[in-house]
Design a protein around this ligand. Structure first.
Ligand code: HEC
Length: 205
């Protein structure tokens, strides 16, 4: 459900973005007649698009998207861009229209950055010999936000780790490469991933 929302949301946002970039280009090039025509033609699709992307966004929040500062900044940018876009394009004000489109592009970029930020450097566990201790440390630092201390939290559509049906190899691939809303952790060493697997297995009791 969450993953479906996420994919639809991404697609709708991308379409919305392209649509507004097209409008902005027409405005900046002083093609007022074409802009008026294009806006008239796309009025209903635009309404459906904006409703769709707000609805899927809100749906993801309700379904428990993991809130982060970047996500909040993103939501503020999107909410601020709406009145700016309406006024900017209505009055043909290039600066307002530009700022509005810029805010939408920025929130799109922030969403991508958000994913990268979460995959940043992981803790150093090279001095820890017990895999459960090492696994727990990495887990608490990197995974707990979405999966929760007992693996059951399920934020951002994450799977309950205490009942995972995946084989060890599949789990490793999920951790290394990510899956849907889960970022990949390429910086983890093979040993750290082994530690995580051992630690995750302790949830299954
Ligand atoms: C941003 C939130 C987020 C973070 C952080 C995160 N995960 Fe996930 N995880 C997910 C989501 C979402 C899924 C479900 C992906 C899917 O199948 O759609 C998932 C799935 C998994 C799975 C597969 C479970 C299954 O049954 O399919 C494993 C294993 C896993 N995560 C381990 C980890 C580990 C270990 C870490 C830390 C290194 C981690 N996750 C960090 C969101 C997250």
């Amino acid at each position: 459900m969450y993953t479906g929302l996420l994919h639809s949301h991404k697609l709708l946002v991308l379409l919305f973005l392209l649509h507004y970039v097209a409008k902005l280009v027409l405005l900046l090039m002083n093609r007022h007649e074409q802009l008026a025509k294009y806006s008239k033609l796309t009025k209903v699709p635009e309404m459906i698009l904006s409703f769709g992307f707000l609805a899927t966004g809100i749906g993801m929040l309700i379904k428990g998207a993991a809130l982060s500062t970047l996500l909040i900044v993103k939501i503020v940018c999107v909410l601020a861009s709406i009145p700016l876009a309406i006024i900017g394009f209505k009055k043909g004000n290039k600066i307002l229209a530009f700022v509005a489109v810029f805010l939408i592009v920025m929130s799109y970029g922030l969403a991508e950055m958000n994913k990268k930020a979460k995959t940043g450097p992981v803790v150093d566990t090279s001095t820890i010999t017990d895999p459960i201790v090492a696994g727990k440390l990495i887990y608490t630092n990197t995974c707990v936000n979405c999966h929760g201390a007992d693996g059951k939290l399920g934020l951002s559509g994450s799977k309950d780790l205490s009942i995972t049906q995946l084989t060890i190899d599949e789990q490793k691939t999920a951790i290394r490469n990510g899956k849907n809303a889960m970022p990949g952790y390429k910086d983890l060493s093979d040993e750290q991933i082994e530690d995580l697997i051992v630690y995750i297995a302790t949830f299954k009791q």
